[in-house]
Write a protein that binds this ligand. Structure first.
Ligand SMILES: [Zn+2]
Length: 86
């Protein structure tokens, strides 16, 4: 029985990037990625798109607050949260 390896944050970030690139809204309001990958006509935003945007939002919020979450993508900078310009 194979031992499952933990999914690395880089793999999750790559999965999010691919989902957000392919699961886009077609002219009829349905998801292109779900049609191409799964032959399903579903309204956009679809479940993979919702998952990707929610994980991305969680990681960005955690990075802004300086919190490390399990499975978070590597931080863009080591200087802490960015300051909003006035
Ligand atoms: Zn989709």
């Amino acid at each position: 029985m194979p031992i499952e390896q933990p999914i690395s944050p880089v793999d999750i970030a790559e999965a999010i990037r691919r989902i957000l690139q392919s699961h886009i809204r077609m002219l009829d309001g349905r998801c292109r990625g779900c049609y191409v990958d799964y032959s399903r006509l579903v309204p956009h935003p679809c479940i993979p798109f919702d998952w990707a945007t929610s994980v991305q939002a969680r990681d960005r919020t955690a990075a802004f607050l300086g919190v490390v979450t399990p499975g978070a993508a590597p931080a863009q900078s080591e200087t802490g949260p960015k300051r909003l310009s006035a």
